[in-house]
Design a protein around this ligand. Structure first.
Ligand SMILES: *[C@@H]1O[C@H](CO)[C@@H](O)[C@H](O)[C@H]1NC(C)=O
Ligand SMILES: *[C@@H]1O[C@H](CO)[C@@H](O)[C@H](O)[C@H]1NC(C)=O
Ligand SMILES: *[C@@H]1O[C@H](CO)[C@@H](O)[C@H](O)[C@H]1NC(C)=O
Ligand SMILES: *[C@@H]1O[C@H](CO)[C@@H](O)[C@H](O)[C@H]1NC(C)=O
Length: 925
């Protein structure tokens, strides 16, 4: 009873604290954002001191002077491999060290050779390969060229700003007297928030004063901007300048977040794409302090109408010409740290993501189970509840791979403990789940209950593991357990301590089949400014929280990841879900879009939100299926299960106050459709798994916006309701109520063919088609020219499908050809890194389907085999039989071929080739 009371109290607190828009700052309420945003353009006081320039084989080092304030900065421009440049600016002799973020990059970037092209008093030009960079002395500017095309400029609008650390002259009246100001007259920062800032009842003491860094970057020939998640907003970024606040990056726990808003939410990846039909350029702004980003694309603005008129009048109509005039303007503004920015010169979107992945890393391929369906709820009440959910999925023949436990499984929100009554036998519960082929995921949040006798709190106090407040005492905030303190993950000792808590001898009753969910790691503090930790809190090394805020969650998941690696002695791939993330978090965890609502608008926005996160390097994104807050009606429930089946991370989750809604609870007609959606997910699992392997090799996201697959088609620039899984499935799930059709854009031109995956009806890539839907329909289309591996036997979980046979779906292009890949391994270990896998390619050409190994040396003793080959779009007359030739064998085996009359397009089915996946073979029709 008491527990219930506490729960109700807490949910009241979170509702009343968090729904309110006024809890979160606007740019005008944030002093550094105000100072940066109000700068007047074209008055840059910064100049390069060229006599100081040193040109080394990889870098240019040169002083940058602020002439107004007589301050010297060190600027380094380095050439990196893979069309990338890095620009770093620091104070030459700061009063206090500036924070340099070490956590986003996977390792030191690989330098490339740089050649001097020319040098005079006003310009230095260097080049690397086909890329050139021109440094301009005064006013300071840097121009980037690729293949002689002008791509981007730094400080073209003169908004570069670097607030050096200075003495607080505001407390010194003499210094305020302009006459008395000393020779190196620093310009006063008159902003009232410069040395102390108040927001609502919170005071930020700002002992080090103003420290903002900001820079404008203009992209030429670019019409659209993408990236910089996480925002509950469109894929193509809207203009912010003069319209709304800038996009904000400040990881925050925003309950019932607003849609179509540049407000900050849980995660931040400062990777921006500027895209035009000819070229795509990326910029990675590596700064984990609070950041605001203004965006303005000329294609969004009225002067674009002017441009088109000018173009029309002057007869300039070709794409290239038109886009030459287009620009994307960006303005990055961060509260502290240094300038460390990477220019990813593409030239196409897939190059940009590869270049970014080279810097920040990729996600290791997940365990196979992690791609299945996850059932979560706040909360499953006890062990019986958990087992009954698992049994009920079996009784209603609905596949399920993972059951999740939210905070109530713990002993009074003390993490790394279990409720002694309701979860008295957690190890047996896990074994029971494992015997049904399922895993358990439990939540572990970073706030620590301040309760004497709680081992973790005692350890943290005794060893000085907590973050301190501005006065130097242990910081106390309010979160789920009540009064809490926060581990200081900046301290490497705390990191390894925290990792060790996941070991099987420390985490009571844990098994290797139990995985992790790190939530509330922005960090969320119910009674803190903007529901997070005060910026003047102090971390290890004397860094302020303001300097590291956006990486707090990354550090927690890194510690968890290391802990899980150690737990299995490196034999099992960890699975971790995180809510907060930064650039680099993809190396450790999947993410989801946090506390959404059971509303159509939230279903709809889950797609652009996941696309934005995907192109920012995090391939594993999902949204709470069904919506976290509120109760979905049956129609929304069905549509959400259908859409979720085609996003990377597929988990249903709901708030403690919602009605129970496990799929088996619904009336048969609804339940059947929920089951069908989940089964469809499982049918395509071999494709998803293969795409994760390819992500690990290439950095390419698993789901992709159309602009990434069709970069030169201007019509796809703003499409976000239709997207691709890999480059073979076009998905356009229904996301509105009462829909009888969806408008699907079929890209690729009239030679590109697309086949409905259910009916095999053929569409040409000629633009938008209104496709009729009923409640059972998930509008998904396979691209002609692709071969997709599927598994079509229904099982209760993925574990049981490991040796099941494959069905290859060969969708022919207009030339009658197709190809595809399949990746297979032991689905859970790191043995694949030692070559224990199969990576196969299938090619259909001249009526012959051929299977071969892509990586010749890799082997895995797969027991699976091919039970069926389906060829869609076969235009010749159907043969009576096909001939199978297995390499190394003499016999040619005749296989029956049937015509599938139930489908709308000519489809052949080759039955029971029964070749093993380890064999190489060909089938001739
Ligand atoms: C700036 O450059 C100068 C000259 O190379 C060097 O002495 C100084 O340490 C540099 N400052 C920083 C903060 O790296
Ligand atoms: C485990 O399964 C057995 C057999 O079904 C059941 O009796 C027991 O209650 C289960 N225990 C837990 C903790 O789930
Ligand atoms: C993974 O493969 C192992 C055999 O290597 C098998 O026992 C297990 O059931 C499989 N699990 C999944 C989720 O496929
Ligand atoms: C598959 O076909 C496409 C053209 O349809 C081609 O671009 C691609 O390189 C082919 N891939 C393989 C592995 O043959």
């Amino acid at each position: 009873m008491e527990l219930l009371k506490i729960l109700t109290l807490l949910s009241v607190i979170t509702y009343t604290f968090c729904v309110d828009h006024g809890n979160f700052k606007t740019c005008a309420q944030s002093s550094f954002c105000r100072r940066c945003r109000e700068m007047e353009p074209n008055k840059s006081p910064y100049v390069l001191n060229f006599p100081s320039a040193q040109i080394t084989p990889n870098s240019v080092h040169v002083e940058l002077w602020n002439n107004e304030e007589q301050v010297v900065f060190n600027l380094t421009l380095s050439a990196l491999v893979d069309n990338t440049f890095r620009l770093q600016v620091e104070e030459a002799s700061p009063l206090r060290d500036r924070f340099r973020s070490l956590y986003a990059l996977k390792s030191d970037p690989v330098l490339a050779q740089l050649e001097m092209v020319s040098r005079n008093e006003d310009e230095i030009t260097i080049k690397n390969g086909d890329n050139a960079v021109k440094l301009i002395r005064s006013p300071f500017r840097i121009d980037f060229f690729s293949d002689t095309e002008f791509v981007a400029s730094v400080n073209a609008r003169g908004l570069f700003k670097f607030e050096h650390y200075r003495k607080n002259d505001q407390s010194d009246p003499a210094a305020n007297d302009a006459e008395n100001a000393d020779a190196n007259s620093e310009k006063k920062i008159t902003d009232p928030g410069a040395w102390e800032e108040n927001f609502k009842s919170f005071r930020d003491s700002k002992p080090f004063g103003p420290s903002a860094v900001a820079m404008d970057i203009t992209f030429h020939g670019a019409s659209h901007a993408y990236g910089i998640p996480e925002h509950a907003d469109s894929l193509a970024l809207k203009d912010t300048k003069d319209k709304t606040d800038p996009f904000r990056h400040y990881n925050l726990d925003v309950f019932e977040y607003e849609l179509d808003s540049p407000m900050a939410i849980y995660g931040a990846i400062p990777l921006l794409y500027a895209h035009g039909p000819k070229r795509t350029t990326g910029v990675f702004w590596n700064n984990p302090s609070e950041t605001w980003i203004d965006i303005k694309s000329s294609s969004n603005s009225e002067n674009n109408v002017m441009n088109s008129i000018v173009n029309f009048v002057s007869g300039r109509s070709s794409d290239g010409e038109e886009n030459k005039d287009k620009t994307v303007e960006s303005h990055f503004m961060s509260e502290s740290g240094v300038i460390d920015v990477f220019f990813l010169l593409g030239p196409n979107p897939k190059d940009v993501i590869r270049e970014y992945a080279r810097l920040t890393g990729v996600s290791p391929i997940p365990q196979y189970f992690a791609l299945g369906y996850h059932q979560s709820r706040w909360n499953y009440n006890d062990e019986d509840d958990v087992m009954s959910v698992s049994d009920n999925f079996d009784n209603s023949d609905i596949p399920l791979d993972v059951i999740w436990l939210d905070i109530e499984y713990t002993d009074h929100k003390k993490y790394f403990t279990w409720d002694p009554i309701r979860f008295a036998h957690p190890r047996i519960m896990q074994q029971n789940l494992t015997s049904q082929g399922r895993k358990l995921v439990v939540i572990i949040d970073p706030h620590i209950k301040r309760e004497s006798g709680y081992f973790l709190h005692e350890d943290a106090l005794a060893n000085d593991y907590y973050v301190k407040n501005a006065e130097g005492a242990v910081y106390e905030g309010w979160c789920w357990p009540g009064s809490s303190s926060y581990l200081d993950f900046l301290n490497p000792v705390v990191m390894s301590y925290y990792s060790s808590l996941y070991s099987l001898d420390k985490f009571p009753e844990a098994t290797n089949d139990m995985y992790l969910w790190n939530d509330m790691n922005e960090p969320s503090v119910f009674n803190g400014p903007e529901i997070t930790m005060p910026k003047d809190c102090i971390h290890y090394g004397n860094w302020e929280h303001r300097e590291i805020h956006n990486t707090y969650g990354l550090l927690q998941v890194k510690a968890t990841y290391d802990g899980l690696i150690a737990r299995s002695k490196g034999t099992k791939r960890p699975f971790i879900l995180t809510r907060s993330f930064f650039a680099g978090s993809q190396r450790y965890a999947a993410m989801w879009t946090g506390d959404n609502s059971a509303e159509w608008s939230h279903l709809k926005i889950s797609i652009p939100m996941c696309l934005s996160v995907s192109i920012a390097g995090m391939p594993s994104c999902g949204a709470d299926v069904g919506g976290f807050f509120k109760n979905p009606d049956n129609e929304l429930m069905i549509r959400w299960y259908q859409a979720g089946a085609f996003l990377p991370f597929y988990r249903a989750h709901s708030h403690i106050d919602t009605k129970r809604r496990e799929p088996y609870l619904f009336p048969p007609e609804v339940r059947n459709l929920l089951r069908d959606a989940i089964r469809k997910r499982y049918v395509y699992l071999p494709l998803w798994y293969t795409l994760y392997h390819e992500h690990e090799i290439s950095g390419l996201p698993v789901i992709r916006p159309l602009f990434m697959e069709y970069p030169s088609d201007p019509a796809v620039s703003t499409i976000e309701s239709t997207y691709m899984v890999g480059s073979s499935l076009l998905c356009s799930p229904v996301t509105s109520a009462g829909a009888s059709s969806v408008d699907v854009y079929f890209p690729g031109g009239s030679d590109e063919l697309w086949y409905d995956i259910d009916t095999y009806k053929q569409y040409k890539g000629e633009g938008t088609v209104t496709v009729p839907v009923d409640m059972a329909k998930i509008p998904v289309f396979q691209k002609g020219g692709t071969i997709i591996p599927t598994k079509q036997r229904y099982r209760r979980s993925l574990t049981l499908t490991h040796d099941d046979p494959y069905t290859l779906i060969v969708a022919l292009d207009s030339k009658g050809e197709a190809n595809g890949t399949l990746y297979i391994d032991d689905n859970e270990s790191f043995e694949y890194q030692k070559g224990k896998y199969l990576y196969l390619s299938f090619t259909f050409k001249n009526n012959v389907l051929t299977a071969r190994r892509i990586d010749q040396d890799a082997t895995y003793p797969a027991n699976s085999w091919i039970e069926r080959v389906i060829v869609i779009g076969y235009s010749k007359s159907a043969p009576a039989a096909a001939s199978l030739k297995i390499d190394g064998k003499k016999d040619i085996i005749k296989l029956p071929v049937t015509l599938d009359e139930t489908r709308q397009h000519k489809t052949l089915v080759v039955k029971k080739p029964a070749v093993k996946m380890t064999q190489t073979w060909s089938i001739t029709l």
